[in-house]
Design a protein around this ligand. Structure first.
Ligand code: ZN
Length: 75
């Protein structure tokens, strides 16, 4: 089994909830995705273990379907 390093929420640091990098861990769990790193957007599929980093749109918003596994496990 791989070890997943989970970063606890850091409510007291300057986190803007409209920052696209600030993803809802709860939502991602529902999607079968684990966020590996809260600063760089690095996601891992919990089905196949694929790791990917969505590319933000030009306006720094998250692209549609950013949470989809490249292998299509959850999309
Ligand atoms: Zn997958």
């Amino acid at each position: 089994m791989e070890q997943v390093i989970e970063t606890p929420p850091a409510e007291n640091v300057a986190v803007k909830t409209d920052d696209p990098r600030y993803l809802s861990a709860y939502l991602l769990e529902k999607l079968g995705v684990t966020r590996l790193n809260r600063h760089n957007l690095l996601l891992r599929c919990r089905s196949c273990g694929e790791v990917w980093s969505p590319t933000l749109n030009a306006d720094a918003s998250l692209p549609a379907g950013y949470w989809r596994c490249p292998n299509g496990c959850n999309g």
